[in-house]
Design a binder for this molecule. Sequence first.
Ligand code: SAM
Length: 225
Amino acid sequence: MPGTLFIIATPIGNLKDITLRALETLKQVDLIACEDTRHTQKLLTHYQIQKPLTSLFEHNERLKVPSLIHQLQEGKTIGLVSDAGTPGISDPGFVLIREAIRNEILVIPIPGPSAVITALTVSGMPTDRFCFEGFLPQKSAAMRRKLEQLKDEPRTMVFYESPHRVLKTLKAMLEIWGDIPIICARELTKLHEEILRKPLSEQIQHFTQSPPRGEFVLVINLRSA
Ligand code: SAM
């Protein structure tokens, strides 16, 4: 009998944000595939779980997948986690999951936190429809092209951003979309959680005065300006 691949969501900051099913599954699987073994080890130690870990990150995913599929075919159960939140959401996982499905291996989701949904829930913007744009392109010209393409997007949009790029992104948004309100959700579920709802120009002013720290989700709806 082939084994099972469990896709397990883990906290995006606060270690208490883990489901009972996620803990049970982490305790049951034969092996945990994770991005950074040291990072996942901290979570496991916190919950007194001892399991073998193997790393699966963006640059080794394609190389590593055949051996994981082989182990699943031999009947092992594997839990896939990422450093934070839901695997596969701007995180590795897609290649392993696709290959598992192609090889008729059972793939079971263990749902839990994701920064995109967490930020949307407190945005106060329409959430009946939304589009998740993940990280914008790194290069300025490509980022601006993408923002131009999104000019007529009627749905609420969600972006991931890092602290060292967020000001540049907010400035490009202001130039291309005008001075509309945006939600900057920072360090969600963590000690310094901050959810700022202000027009782009005021967000830029704020983060110029107090330099951005931590991880960011940006939520914007061009129709509700
Ligand atoms: N798989 C994760 C998920 O389900 O949300 C996302 C991983 S992605 C590599 C990391 C990005 O997610 C960060 O740069 C940030 O944009 C966002 N993020 C993750 N945790 C966050 C948090 N606690 N507060 C705000 N943004 C967060």
